[in-house]
Design a protein around this ligand. Structure first.
Ligand code: PEP
Ligand code: MN
Length: 329
């Protein structure tokens, strides 16, 4: 059950309502002018003027369910609005490798029309011997690229202990697939106040993804953007299987914006453009794309990284398709 609080309710009225729900054995959680009451199917609240409306969500994730915000949520990342009907382009290298590499790519994706710069400072690598990212030095380089291009920055945090260091440098905190169900990290970014980009786990169901998002919102942070980045299936031909059906379904099930990452979904730079166009057509709110100026020398994910000129052509194609679909790119 989700309770929508009236805009003129007083704190005393809200407190009385909360105390009533607790006395009934519920665990209410307030985020802005919403109170989620997990598990409740019917409540008599006529004596509580704080409640404008009670919605029986019928889903285990009342705060992120579409019924909670039927018109959808727009997440503001710096100057960029994500989920307002436009199509947001986040692009950059998998990993920040050097000052020259990052600034060169940042300038190129900015010129091509990207809205946000992505780059990993802390990299979740399968092998402990693989390049792990530049860490805090990478954050400094991202801040420099942001200052020069004006692009807000998206970067992954793997450990809550790095949050304080990252917050001044990063405009959108990425939670990677491997951490989608790291619940203590979800609670920490929920409390941190910065917008969060939550990537679907390698083998997570749609419901598990939405429950992970519910963790962040329930911890007090309503600014969550989802990302479909491919899941593990029986099919080994591509790195992952891009679940575009999930994107269409999540648009119905949740009010949160959802991006598509065609780079990790395919693992193949030649397939990034067709799946990026499919993401626009299916109704995604934007893309996360890996771009590298020298993919063959990339420390990480070179095989799926497109060069800046290919990214620029992709943006042109997206604009053409967007015009046909009535979508602003
Ligand atoms: C990434 O965005 O570079 C990344 C590691 O993605 P994922 O968590 O989806 O594998
Ligand atoms: Mn990557």
């Amino acid at each position: 059950m989700l309770l929508i609080l009236s805009s003129h309710s007083s704190q005393a009225e809200i407190d009385a309502l909360t105390a009533h729900l607790v006395a009934l054995g519920h665990r209410p959680r307030q985020v802005r002018r919403r109170i989620s009451v997990p598990g409740a199917r019917a409540l008599t609240l006529s004596g509580f003027p704080a409640v404008e409306r009670a919605i029986d969500i019928g889903e285990p994730y009342p705060l992120v369910a579409r019924a909670a915000e039927p018109l959808g949520t727009t997440v503001q990342v710096g100057k960029v609005a994500v989920g307002d009907g436009g199509f947001t382009l986040m692009a950059g290298p998998c990993a920040v490798e050097s000052r020259g590499q990052l600034l060169g790519i940042a300038r190129a994706v900015h010129a091509a029309g990207a809205h946000l710069l992505r780059g990993g400072a802390f990299k979740p690598r399968t092998s402990p011997y693989a390049f792990q990212g530049l860490g805090a030095d990478g954050l400094d380089l991202l801040a420099e690229a942001r200052a020069e291009t004006g692009l807000p920055v998206v970067s992954e945090i793997m450990d809550a202990r790095d949050l304080d260091r990252a917050l001044p440098h990063v405009d959108l905190i990425q939670i990677g697939s491997r951490n989608m169900q790291n619940f203590s990290l979800l609670k920490a970014v929920g409390a941190a106040g910065k917008p969060v980009l939550l990537k679907r786990g390698l083998a997570a169901t749609i419901e598990e993804l939405l429950l992970a998002a519910e963790y962040v919102v329930a911890a007090g942070n309503p600014n969550v953007i989802l990302c479909e980045r491919g899941i593990r299936t029986f099919e080994p031909a591509l790195r992952n299987t891009l679940d575009l059906g999930a994107v269409a379904l999540i648009k119905r099930k949740s009010h949160l914006p959802i991006l598509v990452d065609p780079s990790h979904a395919t693992g193949d730079y030649r397939l990034v453009a067709p799946l990026a166009l499919a993401a626009l057509a299916v109704g995604a709110d934007g893309l996360l794309v890996e771009v590298h100026d020298q993919p063959e020398r990339a420390q990480c994910d070179g095989a799926q990284s497109i060069r800046p000129d290919r990214f620029a052509r992709l943006v042109e194609s997206l604009r053409t398709l967007g015009a046909a679909l009535g979508r602003r790119v």
